[in-house]
Design a binder for this molecule. Structure first.
Ligand SMILES: [Zn+2]
Ligand SMILES: [Zn+2]
Length: 181
């Protein structure tokens, strides 16, 4: 605070600095007609209230939020793809293993969930234990699709037991993704 009242020079300086602050108006990077004081906490550009997105760490512009989500989405898409592929292989193995067992269908009740669970386990390990929101469904779908395709190729059709065991394997794979480790 300037304590010397009546000192014209200092007083004028104060007025000038105030004036410069007031005249420094910032505009939204996307809406040049809107003035704003908000800045993105990531890219530092000015943004209006329409462009600002409230995040736990402050206000972020929509572009940065979208970029962030794109990256996240990309990562899980790869994870989904891996999970689906591994589980499809597991599912495809099932009719083959059942064929090897021949008449011992009772073994399917043990083997089917084991194969489904193992496939999901491998998928989890390959994806660094990252679970997307739909990982369980993707894993289950993979087992089911792989199993049906394999059954059609090997046996030429879907028997009641094949379907039953596939359902067991599918739910085991799904459950493995749902359990939080
Ligand atoms: Zn930004
Ligand atoms: Zn804007």
């Amino acid at each position: 605070m300037k304590s010397v009242v009546g000192d014209g020079v200092i007083y004028m300086d104060d007025n000038i600095s105030n004036a410069t602050i007031e005249s420094e108006i910032n505009y939204c990077a996307l809406h040049p007609q809107r003035d704003t004081e908000l800045r993105c906490n990531r890219c530092d550009r000015y943004m209006c209230v329409d462009c600002a997105v409230r995040t736990p760490v402050g206000y972020t512009c929509r572009q940065c939020v979208r970029g962030h989500e794109d990256k996240f989405f990309e990562g899980t898409l790869v994870d989904y793809g891996l999970a689906a592929a591994v589980c499809a292989v597991g599912g495809a193995l099932l009719p083959f293993v059942m064929m090897l067992f021949g008449g011992f269908l009772i073994l399917g009740f043990i083997v089917a969930p084991a194969i489904g669970g193992a496939a999901a386990q491998i998928a989890l390990q390959l994806t660094g234990r990252r679970r997307g929101r739909y990982s369980g469904y993707v894993a289950a779908g993979g087992v089911l699709a792989g199993g049906i395709a394999s059954a059609l190729l090997l046996v030429g059709g879907l028997g009641l037991f094949t379907l039953l065991f596939l359902a067991l394997a599918t739910s085991a794979a799904y459950a493995r993704f749902k359990v939080s480790i």
